[in-house]
Design a protein around this ligand. Sequence first.
Ligand SMILES: *[C@@H]1O[C@H](CO)[C@@H](O)[C@H](O)[C@H]1NC(C)=O
Length: 215
Amino acid sequence: MDFVLVSLMFLAIGFSLAIALEPSPLQDLCVADLKGQVFMNGFACKHPSMVHADDFYFGGLHMKGNTSNALGSKVTPVFVTQLPGLNTLGISLARIDYAPFGVNPPHTHPRASEVITVLEGSLEVGFVTSNPENRLISKTLCKGDVFVFPVGLVHYQKNNGNTNAIAIAALNSQNPGVMPIANVIFGSKPDIKKDILAKAFQIGEDAIANIQRRF
Ligand SMILES: *[C@@H]1O[C@H](CO)[C@@H](O)[C@H](O)[C@H]1NC(C)=O
């Protein structure tokens, strides 16, 4: 009897862990009503009779993102706000373009793991594990290679070559979120106080102010 209870307990824990990221859909269709007034986790559903094929469609991922920026990279997201049919499904994707030697800088996705596939060019990719190891796991990828960044971990990509590179990233969230480390730390509104960042980074407040100005 005790054994059965304990087994059930572990089963219950297992299930709650299995749904720790995004809950499963409770009906066939819950197309996001992006203009809905209900503030909830995800989006309210459009009435199923009002749903049409375009709610499940996104066009234009064949088009190159504009990489003329300081980083030399551009992410074109296909998340629930671009593709309302993704609501409640727990998946999404993005196209990432890289100019020669362009960087998609260190960032995390608070709600998703990411599987990246290189379509063109060559990418140097990496992620860092949590404290205290902070191990950097990195690799150079070529066309057709696939790599995974586990949920929440800081990761990056760099185009290693002098030609453009393209990747497709798949994520297990309809709205994975992105936290570029530099923007989050040095570009918050309002600023994190300089004395806090000076201590965190073990550097003078002038250096902190210098970086904050760029973000
Ligand atoms: C790409 O972005 C740059 C910088 O914002 C802009 O000057 C340029 O016109 C854009 N190019 C295209 C093709 O949109």
